[in-house]
Write a protein that binds this ligand. Sequence first.
Ligand code: GLY
Ligand code: MN
Ligand code: MN
Length: 439
Amino acid sequence: MTVLNTFFNRRERFIAKLNGKAAVVPAAQLVTHHADCHYPFRQNSDFWYLTGFDEPDAVALFLPYRPKGERFVLFVHPKEPGAEVWNGFRSGIEGAVADFGADIAHPLAELPQRLSDYLIGSEGIVFRVGKHPHVESLVLRLWGEQLDHFQRTGSGALSLEAPCPLLHQLRLLKDGNEVERLRKAIRISAEAHELARKKVRPGMNEREIQSLIEQYFLDAGARGPAYGSIVAGGDNACVLHYTANNSELRDGDLLLIDAGCSLPDYYNGDITRTFPINGRFTPEQRELYEVVLSAQKAAIESVTPGQNAEGVHAVAVRSLVEGLLELGLLKGTIDEVIEKGAYRHLYMHKTGHWLGLDVHDVGAYRLGEYPVDLQSGMVLTVEPGLYISDRLPVPDGQPAIKEEWKGIGIRIEDDVLVTKDGHEVLSGEAKSSVQSMQD
Ligand code: GLY
Ligand code: MN
Ligand code: MN
């Protein structure tokens, strides 16, 4: 199946769900870094999912009420040698049709006068308010015109709906192409983790390890890191979103690395490994590592169709609390500690999230009262951790933390595909056993 077919099939599925409504899905815009410099362009994931078109500012229309051959319309920047000399290649109107399968394409500047006509016959407008300021006022104005039209004629686009329930439900279940691309992103990410563990030595700087990892991503053909790489020695690992990456790596400390690459088509890896910088765990580090590893294994084991993300979290929490009670870092019964949340000064985040075109990928975790069941084709991270520091107060009734435990931050994060019969760990090439952490 060609990649063009993949996007075509996604659009067909999306259009089939629109039920007579027009969808307006805008591309991302360039974002200013400072002065007149921009961050590297990053396409909007919804837009990418449906089009595979990687240029800024474009707008895609999906029009199920039009005849076949007029249902996918792209508004794009036209070819213009002057602009292309400065900012690079544009597909233009012809390319949008020939290379991206648009039924019809127009210059972006014509969106304001053409959109009104394209909405004729729609029963509603599907558009995400609050995210696309460059298109929003136009869509809202035309929706108002549709309401006036309804007043006069009894037909028109009455509703304005978010695309999330439709589109994000599709994105949550990965198709074959997506699983293949995720495998690749995750494999490269895992290889970079293996490399980092082999190269690390006391006295290096966190930044040197960041550089090794990110160079590996680029050499392997990735776009770069999927998110700010976290390379956190010792106590820095207790800061969950630590990205300064500028401290010396000290003999006797652990190193936590949370890093993954993003491919040119935006699929991401998200892996965390934690290991001793000098190759030997201290007794305290090893005991805590084993607690996190057991919790992670139990949580991964529980991933199967019919389970849900909250259930996976509950398995991890129970196992962590059990281990912490044995080590004397908590006291009470397992149920009492969980009930009171008296472990949250040591484990304060959830155990995972969906993974896909976004690192924290779209899709509901809960529909009202009901947690969303895991289904074959979903991909989630499983990433329990423990963070032993003075930053949060010890809850009433829990033991003060002894000095020998402080400054130990551990997370182990894998990427897991839900399969028909259970799960497959996609990031297993990055080893996590106690023994491999000491190789
Ligand atoms: N690296 C972001 C996360 O693990 O969620
Ligand atoms: Mn994650
Ligand atoms: Mn991560």
